[in-house]
Ligand binder design. Structure first.
Ligand SMILES: Cc1cc2nc3c(=O)[nH]c(=O)nc-3n(C[C@H](O)[C@H](O)[C@H](O)COP(=O)(O)O)c2cc1C
Length: 351
């Protein structure tokens, strides 16, 4: 199950009953559940109704989520992040990121110009990633996934477009890698200190950015090598289309999955998500080099996607969704509002 925000936590940041029902229904047959993202610091909230994990008071709430996500027997990973330049202005007093470079307006957050973080704030957020990992261990999760994709803080630091710092946290690729790598080191330190069982550390990445001076594959691959050397359990690429995406400027060559999985070789497993809707597509993605396929919208629309796939009932897998489906498949009303209101995202049927 791909990491998916539900917009539906309680107003105090605890996981709601609706979210629990949503996860329970989808967790029954999948091989691994990755939760929607949760902020490690109170100034890094990316979505309304995003459940919180930045304080020990949220451990009981996280325990409920871990139990629901694991209720089908699969392990569960908590996705943790700081929203950086994409932090929502209505949810925090001030937006901070790597540099004061204006973000891009998206469907879920306006374009904002953040304040560049100072050294003490950077160290504080690194520690916060560690603290949230400790809470994930205590809550019963089987790992954490660092959300280094989609233009949030970890990516802001890596990006030549969003990171124009002159200090040790910016400049060359070496400088731009320093923050995400320091987070990986801190999370590993916490796992070493607190986990009494195998505990995974995944890293989700957007391999390229669309800006002319944005991140490109050659730097991402160097970063991936550094992640592997530093110690991650798996790499998770977030792609628009896992079977088709190719590097920017190359419409005909090898796909990103082929290139990156080939580059990783047997070092660590690779997961990717992106438009995998049918069992056939999932099989093609595995054949193309993935170790695991993450299914997002497919599972939102079909909580029993895996069961339908296993029992050769692909013709019953829905590729679209209507308001009349929502309560049957336990979609929280706030998630449905986002799905319905975001044009060009899901295939929404009239009835
Ligand atoms: C409702 C919804 C919420 C999402 N929230 C997150 C999130 O919290 N973290 C994340 O890394 N990706 C998030 N994504 C992206 C998915 O994990 C996935 O990469 C994307 O939907 C493409 O896969 P798909 O075509 O199978 O849906 C979200 C996607 C959807 C549909």
């Amino acid at each position: 199950m791909a990491p998916m925000t539900t917009w539906a936590s309680n107003t105090d940041g605890t996981v709601s009953d609706e979210e629990i029902a949503y996860y329970r229904l989808r967790a029954q047959d999948v091989g691994l559940v990755i939760t929607g993202c949760t902020h490690v610091h109170e100034n890094g909230v990316g979505f309304t109704g995003e459940f919180a994990a930045h304080d020990d008071s949220f451990i009981p709430s996280l325990k409920n989520l871990a139990a629901a996500a694991k209720s089908g027997g699969a392990p569960a990973i908590l996705q943790i992040f700081h929203a950086g330049v994409k932090t929502r202005p209505d949810l925090v007093p001030e937006i901070v990121a790597a540099s004061a470079v204006t973000g891009d307006a998206g469907p879920f957050a306006p374009a904002m110009t953040p304040r560049a973080m100072d050294e003490a704030e950077i160290l504080d957020v690194i520690r916060s990633f560690g603290e949230t990992t400790r809470r994930a261990i205590e809550a019963g999760f089987d790992g954490v996934e660092l959300h280094g994709a989609h233009g949030f803080l970890l990516q802001n630091f890596l990006s030549p477009h969003f990171n124009i710092r002159q200090d040790r946290w910016g400049g060359s690729l070496e400088g731009r890698m320093r923050f995400p790598i320091a987070v990986v080191q801190e999370v590993n330190r916490v796992i070493e200190e607190h986990a009494d069982r195998p505990f995974a550390l995944g890293y989700r990445i957007s391999l390229e950015e669309s800006h002319e001076d944005g991140l490109r594959l050659n730097e991402s691959m160097q970063f991936v090598d550094r992640l592997v050397e530093t110690g991650i359990t798996y790499l998770h690429a977030s792609l628009g289309n896992a079977l088709e995406d190719r590097p920017i400027g190359d419409d005909e060559g090898r796909t990103l999955v082929d290139i990156v999985s080939g580059h990783l070789g047997a070092r660590i497993p690779m997961i990717a998500a992106g438009q995998i809707r049918t069992p056939k597509e999932a099989e093609s993605a595995i054949a193309a080099g993935l170790s695991l396929v993450a299914v997002g919208q497919g599972l939102v629309m079909n909580p029993d996607w895996l069961l339908l796939a296993r029992t050769q009932q692909e013709k019953h897998i829905s590729l679209d969704i209507a308001a009349s489906d929502v309560s049957r498949i336990a979609i929280p009303p706030k998630l449905w509002k986002e799905i319905e209101g975001t044009v060009g995202w899901f295939n929404v049927r009239a009835s």
